[in-house]
Design a protein around this ligand. Structure first.
Ligand code: GDP
Ligand code: MG
Length: 406
């Protein structure tokens, strides 16, 4: 604001126009209760509020609230166009500022100095940042289910996750059919991944996609499911573990909860004790479950959950980057066009945006910025003439060299 104090008996007071408030930041925040990007189907434009105007008596305008957009854990944010990754949002309540709000323009009180005690100059607020973003949800499974083909991995996933219909509804991930959210109780959920392709794919030499690989590498605990109907569970167990390690050594090291499936079948029941014994000799405790009758499946999940809780939380150590869009900001480019000269660059375009072109002082200040950034020299070196048109963002003005030196 441009404003001067008005007081009784004081003919003309000093400048007292305050600075405008800061615009709100647009922020993504991880909300662990979300597991889809569904809401972005309905709303695709998000805008934080502007800051309030500065006031008289050097009152700073109120800053706008930040706009918080909740996203599920596992959301990857990329900038459309460059494709650059802005954030990989994993940890609960983690935030990333995707578009910082502009700072408030300074009021005329801030432009007063010994030479000019009554500045009629203020700044417009800095324009907010604007971005087009691409969101991708990479659900992070806590637990991967592994085992031989037919062990019952898919059945287990279907029987313990309440999300069967919902799973088919995830249009945002290619891993759709293999993921589910298990509800252990009101507060505790666990994301399970059925990992069929791993062994079956490795077997037949079918390459697995990068995303898929990344996904299972992020699981922390594995449920190793054994087929009760198989003739040799220990052989199956060893084979899967070998292939797992061959596929990715880190996967082979992940802690496992071992379970024998299909105990609803009498033949399987009969062999249970002897199978358990064989594993016990190797120091491995096995659970016994049926995905058909659901016997012990919940217990199995709790075993996995407890193991999960014992692990150090690796994800929490990941520090997420805050996106700073200003790094290349001071760079500029001078392009000769038919009509004159175009100057491109984040910083200078913003300075132009913040200038009150109708005020001489404000314009002069803009010219000083132009010079301090070296743009004046760049223009002169390119052969600009007095009176040539210069275009910056939306603005056009005539080049006048002595202004630059003012
Ligand atoms: P996957 O290849 O490991 O994913 O195994 P599936 O989940 O596709 O199951 C293979 C077969 O075993 C299917 O015919 C299932 O119906 C069957 N099956 C899975 N779990 C059980 C179980 O607990 N009891 C019985 N009787 N059959 C099961
Ligand atoms: Mg399967």
């Amino acid at each position: 604001m441009v404003h001067f104090r008005r007081e009784k008996y004081v003919n003309r007071g000093g400048p007292d126009g305050g600075t405008g408030g800061k615009g709100g930041d647009v922020v993504f925040r991880v909300n662990p209760h979300l597991n889809t990007l569904e809401k972005f189907r309905h709303q695709t434009i998000f805008k934080a509020e502007d800051g309030r105007r500065g006031g008289v008596k050097n009152q700073t305008g109120r800053s706008a609230e930040n706009l918080i957009i909740n996203v599920p854990p596992g959301t990857i944010v990329r900038e459309v166009g460059t494709g650059g990754q802005i954030a990989d949002l994993v940890e609960e309540n983690k935030e990333v500022i995707v578009c910082p709000g502009g700072r408030g323009g300074r009021g005329n009180i801030r432009f007063a100095n010994s030479h000019n005690q009554a500045p009629r100059i203020a700044e417009k607020g800095e324009p907010g940042d604007e971005k087009t973003l691409h969101l991708e949800l990479k659900l992070i499974a806590d637990v991967g289910i592994i085992g031989m083909p037919n062990a019952g991995k898919s059945s287990l996933l279907a029987s313990v996750t309440n999300a069967k219909p919902k799973i088919a509804n995830y249009p945002f991930t290619t891993l759709v059919p293999n993921l589910g959210v298990a509800v252990l109780d009101d507060e505790i959920t666990m994301i399970l991944a059925d990992i069929p392709g791993l062994i079956e794919g490795a077997h037949s030499g079918i390459g697995l996609g990068d995303t898929f690989l990344k996904h299972i590498q992020r699981t922390k605990v594995l449920i190793h499911l054994l087929d009760g109907l198989s003739s040799d569970q220990m052989a199956d167990f060893a084979q899967i573990n070998t292939e797992l390690s061959l596929f990715d050594p880190d996967l082979g090291k992940k802690p496992q909860v071992v379970a024998i499936n299909k105990i609803d079948i009498p033949d399987v029941r009969e062999k249970l004790e002897s199978i358990k014994e064989i594993f016990k000799e190797k120091g491995i405790e096995v659970s016994v479950v049926s995905t058909v009758t659901h016997e012990n499946t919940k217990k199995l999940l709790w075993r996995a959950k407890n193991l999960l809780d014992e692990l150090p939380d690796v994800e929490k150590e990941i520090t997420l980057p805050v996106y700073h869009p200003e790094s290349k900001d001071k760079e500029f480019e001078v392009v000769k066009v038919e009509k004159g000269w175009v100057i491109k660059g984040g910083s200078i375009e913003r300075a132009a945006e913040m200038t009150y072109w109708e005020y001489f002082e404000s314009v002069r200040r803009f010219h000083r910025i132009l010079e301090s950034m070296g743009i004046g020299d760049a223009l002169r070196n390119s052969g600009i003439h007095e009176g040539d048109s210069v275009f910056i963002g939306e603005h056009e003005f005539e080049w006048a060299d002595e202004w630059g030196n003012a």
